[in-house]
Design a protein around this ligand. Structure first.
Ligand code: FE2
Length: 412
């Protein structure tokens, strides 16, 4: 007797349809026809059943706070940081949890069941950190949340920030973050990366650094992260987020760097929705795309996963919680319109994300947690083409979201 049975599932790229039997929150059987009874059965009608989407990079402390105290008029990263600097003075535990929970539900409805959030730990009381660490536990039956301690204003820009970052790790943050391009000097930026690696070793945590999120073609902190990963090893535990300057580097330098990157296993996490709007703001024309070299990283075997970064916050006023929407933007901005390339963009919001986040029991396999999304299309290409919302989202064996397909009649 299964708790839940999914019938006629298409697990891409396999073409044979299978049934998936779910028991006690785990995938118990995958075979062409399951005849045992189940408490509930869903006919998937030969449609795509995918492992859940992975949100590799978001800021849950600032979600749904756009316009507070004012909207970002210039649209730049730095005005966003300024507005957030004001808004975070009035943060409360409840305020952060309420907005973050609402965003997690939006994401769950879109089939996202793994989320890595950065949280600003330059606020002296660490209110947002405590709120998100508590929320991580409260939602763990239906959503896996990883918290990155993120020193938004820099580790060395104020004397207390370094200790706050370490305190965040002591309180239970899953990963160490940083923002070397926003440190006061290049030397501080280099020093900050070395400190991040030291802390990660000391507290046995992952690393995810906001790195070179500027248009400055001289912003060269990816190379510092790569160098640390080469010297210390363990690159698969390290992620470089945004890395938009990589799109502005001269080709000779970029290709030299790509060779160094291949000596590590570090992950890249671009955020195409926001960076296509944030970057290039100081350019006239031609205006740069402000995106890292997604296609070249992918072509050279580097793990690339994608993030939304923001949902309706001081940096980005749009956002729906859909990782398919993010993949759709990546297809356009990275010019990945070949069929294989579109499939690769789907991987960037599923399997590659699981790799960046170090999730060991991800995927539709017997014994893994029963986490899947049932999409109303037959393959990843059409999921992105139509930007579908999942019909069913199943987390740890329970249906946690259902969306009825929209019906349109054309009368001509
Ligand atoms: Fe970010």
């Amino acid at each position: 007797m299964y708790d839940l049975l999914l019938r006629s599932c298409r697990i891409y790229p396999e073409t044979t349809l299978v049934d998936i039997g779910i028991k006690a929150g785990k995938i118990a059987a995958i075979q062409p026809l399951i005849t045992d009874p189940a408490a509930r059965a869903i006919d998937c009608g030969g449609q795509l059943v995918t492992p859940p989407f992975v949100e590799s990079h978001i800021h849950l402390d600032s979600v749904l706070a756009a316009g507070q105290p004012r909207f970002n008029a210039s649209g730049t990263l730095f005005e966003g940081i300024q507005i957030w600097g004001e808004r975070k003075q009035s943060l409360t535990h409840e305020d952060v949890q309420k907005r973050a929970l609402e965003a997690l539900k939006l994401m769950a409805a879109n089939g996202v069941l793994y989320v890595r959030t950065h949280v600003d730990v330059t606020e002296p009381k660490l209110i947002a950190l405590d709120a998100l660490l508590e929320l991580r536990e409260q939602v763990k039956d239906w959503m896996t949340v990883q918290v990155v301690a993120f020193p938004q204003d820099g580790i060395y820009s104020r004397p207390e920030n370094e200790a706050l970052l370490e305190e965040a790790l002591k309180r239970g943050a899953d990963a160490v973050g940083g923002i070397p391009h926003y440190e006061l000097t290049r030397e501080d930026g280099v020093r900050s990366i070395q400190r991040i690696f030291d802390l990660a070793e000391q507290y046995d945590r992952l690393i995810d650094v906001h790195c070179d999120e500027v248009d400055d073609d001289q912003s060269r902190f990816v190379e510092v992260i790569v160098a640390e990963a080469i010297k210390r090893g363990g690159g698969e535990r390290v992620s470089a987020s945004h890395t938009t300057a990589f799109g502005s580097y001269n080709d000779a330098y970029a290709y030299k760097l790509l060779g160094f990157i291949q000596r590590t296993n570090i992950n890249f996490i671009p955020n195409p929705l926001i960076n296509i709007t944030l970057q290039g703001r100081m350019d006239t024309y031609p205006k740069r795309r402000g995106l890292t070299r997604i296609k070249e990283l992918w072509q050279n075997g580097v793990n690339v996963s994608l993030g939304q970064d923001c949902i309706y916050d001081p940096w980005y006023i749009l956002g729906t919680g859909s990782m398919i929407g993010v993949a759709h933007m990546a297809v356009h901005v990275a010019q990945m319109t070949g069929l294989q390339e579109i499939d690769a963009c789907f991987d960037m919001v599923t399997h590659n994300g699981a790799r960046s986040l170090h999730i060991s029991d991800y995927g539709i396999k017997v014994g893994n947690p029963a986490n899947v999304a049932v999409l109303g299309v037959t393959d990843p290409f059409n999921a992105i083409r139509y930007q579908v919302t999942p019909r069913y989202v199943i987390s740890q064996g329970k249906v946690i979201a259902e969306t009825q397909p929209t019906q349109t009649s054309v009368t001509v």
